[in-house]
Design a protein around this ligand. Structure first.
Ligand SMILES: Nc1ncnc2c1ncn2[C@@H]1O[C@H](COP(=O)(O)OP(=O)(O)OP(=O)(O)O)[C@@H](O)[C@H]1O
Ligand SMILES: [Mg+2]
Length: 471
């Protein structure tokens, strides 16, 4: 008996803790999503605030014309067919044609504007990302394979671009249209409108929130895996000679195969979650139409609802379906964008350690003496230091060759001189000036580097020779 009680209490405390844990994680994620959206708005969408303003105006027009259509249907049934009003016979069709034209023009203009804003803001982000990589510390940039960066540039940035464009359209156009149509429903018959808004919308939102969570995790894992796939491609291509020399072709193919399978699995998980969204809304829509026919029919039998009002209401209900679905889908699209954005911003936010010190002066090379004084250095993640208390004195005009076994630290000495990395201990001086106390720009202007791995840019030989010299 006692044991059972103990078990019970223990179980409860576990579930309670777990729930608190899940909630905390959820809130964390949520605030992170909000921070990311805020940042996107502040840094990348703000320059286009005017265009967004014009777009909002255009979309007010689109929403109003969409909201007007059910009203014309109502007039057509009540005034043209029932009351046989000859004026309305002309006015209603002319009105329908006019609003369709206006809506078409406004839709065209706003699509172009909103997509321009979406595309432009993400190209600016890509530009920043590129400049971040070029300026980034070698130690940091070297942590990821080039394939992973390419994937972030291509896949994550593209995903983010799609999200921004879709979000702007959904948020402005579809939300306004939903508001206009539901407002129209309320003006016709608030009973029916209440049934619709109370049953369908909250249920739809609840379903979408669940699906949004699944999509985000699948989308994040999928992008990660895509990055690994690009790494594998880049690696295989650059090491193709080695792969062939050791007969490892099939091994590489197997590795690629399993990565491709994992990408497929995550993609399918996201697709299933997204696909589940439509039937969910469709089913809810069916329930809504059924309920409206029942309640509307009853009211009509009581003489409280005309056929035109009923038709107008059903038209509005059918018209609201598509924009409502986009609004409900917003959460899913947003989550995909957040997954991509998190990866993009994590690169943008990496902090540099190799920077000019606040009191850095310009390196003045007079004679060209280089001195290493007790220099030690250890690469991140390495167990042993690459250099340990090295002192070298190079006189002006002297030519020095460092000879040593592979891995003994020859290239490392040059890396430290040019400050690709900073010494862990000791001092490197050029003409008596500590390289850490002069600007990076002046240091690298005063030096030239020819590395052991020949490297050519995809450009003419002349341009490769002239690389870095002023035009
Ligand atoms: N970017 C890096 N990250 C981590 N460890 C590194 C890095 N570059 C070099 N090392 C390690 O530091 C040590 C010294 O390497 P370094 O490249 O300076 O040798 P080296 O004398 O130039 O060799 P080689 O004659 O092959 O060019 C080696 O153990 C090497 O594995
Ligand atoms: Mg070397």
């Amino acid at each position: 008996m006692t044991t059972e009680l103990d078990e019970n209490t223990r179980d409860k405390s576990v579930t309670h803790n777990q729930r608190a844990d899940v909630q905390a994680r959820y809130h964390n994620r949520r605030s992170r999503s909000i921070a990311l959206i805020e940042r996107m708005l502040r840094s990348y969408l703000r320059p286009y605030i005017w265009l967004l303003g014009i777009s909002v105006l255009l979309n007010v027009i689109i929403a109003a014309t969409t909201g007007a259509l059910p009203w014309f249907i109502q007039l057509a049934v009540d005034e043209v067919f029932n009351n046989k009003d000859p004026d309305m016979l002309i006015l209603v069709p002319v009105g329908v044609v006019a609003i369709s034209f206006i809506k078409g023009l406004a839709t065209y203009a706003s699509n172009v504007i909103m997509n321009f804003v979406g595309q432009r803001s993400t190209s600016n982000l890509q530009r920043d990302l590129f400049s971040r990589l070029v300026h980034g510390d070698l130690a940091y940039v070297g942590q990821k394979h080039s394939g992973a960066y390419i994937s972030i540039f291509m896949n994550d940035a593209t995903r983010l671009r799609a999200t921004v464009s879709t979000m702007i359209v959904s948020l402005i156009r579809h939300l306004l249209t939903v508001v206009a149509l539901i407002a129209f429903m309320f003006t016709i018959n608030w009973h029916l409108a209440m049934i619709y808004t109370v049953i369908v919308i909250p249920m739809g939102i609840a379903a979408m929130r669940r699906l949004g969570r699944v999509t985000r995790s699948a989308s994040r894992d999928g992008l990660q895996e895509t990055g690994e796939f690009s790494t594998l491609i880049a690696e295989t291509l650059s090491g193709l000679r080695i792969v062939k020399a050791y007969g490892q072709e099939n091994d590489q193919i197997d590795r690629a195969g399993s990565t491709i399978d994992r990408v497929l699995e995550f993609t399918m998980r996201a697709i299933r979650a997204r696909a589940a969204a439509s039937p969910a809304i469709e089913a809810l829509g069916g329930i809504a139409v059924g309920a409206i026919i029942f309640v509307g029919g009853y009211q009509s039998m009581q003489g409280n609802l005309t056929a035109g009002e009923f038709m107008g209401f059903i038209t509005a209900l059918l018209a609201v379906y598509q924009p409502l679905r986009s609004v409900a889908n917003m959460q899913t699209v947003l989550q995909e964008g957040v997954a991509a954005g998190t990866r993009v911003f994590s690169i943008l936010d990496a902090e540099d350690h190799i920077v000019d010190s606040p009191e850095a002066g310009i390196l003045k090379v007079d004679k060209g003496a280089v001195r290493f004084d007790n220099v030690s250095f250890q690469y991140d993640g390495r167990e042993h230091p690459a250099l340990n208390g090295v002192s070298i004195d190079v006189q002006p005009g002297q030519t020095v060759a460092l000879v040593g076994a592979s891995g003994s630290g020859k290239s490392t000495l040059l890396n430290l001189t040019l400050r690709f990395f900073d010494v862990s201990d000791g001092v490197i001086e050029i003409d008596g000036q500590n390289v850490r106390h002069v600007t990076l720009d002046s240091l690298r202007r005063a030096t030239a580097l020819v590395t052991q791995d020949p490297f050519l840019f995809d450009d003419t030989i002349a341009n490769n020779i002239a690389y870095g010299s002023p035009p």
